[in-house]
Write a protein that binds this ligand. Structure first.
Ligand code: HPA
Length: 285
């Protein structure tokens, strides 16, 4: 029973990839856009925009601020595959469903993945609108997308997360921010299952554990990307800060994201521009 289910996952990935091949732009870089960050897609010269509901086996995003489309296009000659809208554990999806699009991008040849999210700041030096590069994470979602019968064709059974957030990509993000004179933070991210926000006692606990920002996503995608040997850059937009009397709302999250998304997009564009330079450099070696 389980064995058949697992076999089914690889077959579904195959089927979805085959569906996407006629649209595929040979992108090597994937981007996942978090809550309120979808305007990045306006920067892209569009080849194809495929709504998730038209893609076999893709779940459909149910959250306001998450528009569900796979965008295939180009940014200054760099080919990109952008997942505009993501799936969350709190929507009721299994982590296998949440990470299915990442597996499909891996199958289609993505080598670098930029994961973005909205997160609540725990570090009291952070301000709403800050951008944090994720250095490491602590997972509180009570599951792992790799759990279950293992299919070797999808990657290793036991996946190292020691350098899950690629140092070179983090350095590139820092250099890009410096160039644009954007203040940048770096820290540890945690994901709780949600959708309720953290209690004050949980906030205290997370802080004690050395966590700088917390959200409800990204970590399952990182795990699958690393199993697929994709280099990962993770970036959080701090939409709210857990000060003593804070009581976050989704509207506040979306509002801060809206205010800061231009800055976030500028940084993303700069990073991607340099990724291209690095790729060309690697090719010429
Ligand atoms: N907690 C969890 N997820 C979030 C938050 C938060 O404070 N802000 C944006 N996403």
């Amino acid at each position: 029973m389980l064995l058949q289910e697992e076999k089914g996952l690889a077959e579904k990935i195959d089927e979805t990839s085959k569906f996407l091949v006629p649209f595929w732009n040979s992108a090597k870089i994937g981007v996942v856009l978090g809550s309120g960050l979808s305007s990045f897609t306006n920067e892209i010269s569009l080849f194809h925009s495929i709504p998730y509901h038209e893609i076999p086996y893709f779940p459909c995003s149910t959250v306001e601020g998450h528009y569900g489309s796979l965008i295939l296009g180009e940014l200054g000659n760099v080919k990109l595959a952008v997942l505009s809208g993501r799936f969350h554990y709190y929507e009721g999806y299994s982590l296998r469903e949440v990470t299915f699009p990442i597996r499909v991008l891996a199958k289609l040849g993505i080598k670098t993945l930029i994961l973005t999210n909205a997160a609540g700041g725990l570090n009291l030096n952070f301000k709403p609108g800050d951008i944090m590069i994720i250095k490491d994470h602590i997972n509180f979602i009570p599951d792992n997308p790799l759990r279950g019968i293992h299919d070797l064709s999808l990657g290793k059974r036991f996946v190292s997360l020691t350098n899950a957030y690629d140092k070179k990509l983090r350095d590139l993000a820092k250099e890009s921010a410096k160039k644009l004179k954007i203040q940048i933070r770096e820290g540890v991210y945690s994901a709780l299952p949600g959708p309720s926000y953290e209690t004050p006692a949980e906030v205290k606990m997370l802080r004690v554990l050395g966590i700088n920002a917390t959200g409800m996503s990204t970590i399952p995608e990182v795990v699958v990307a690393r199993q697929s040997e994709i280099d990962v850059l993770g970036m959080s937009l701090i939409t709210n800060v857990h000060t003593k009397d804070a009581s976050p709302t989704h509207d506040e999250v979306l509002e801060t994201a809206k205010k800061s998304e231009k800055k976030f997009c500028r940084l993303l564009i700069e990073i991607i521009r340099h990724l291209k330079v690095n790729e060309a450099h690697a090719a010429s070696l």
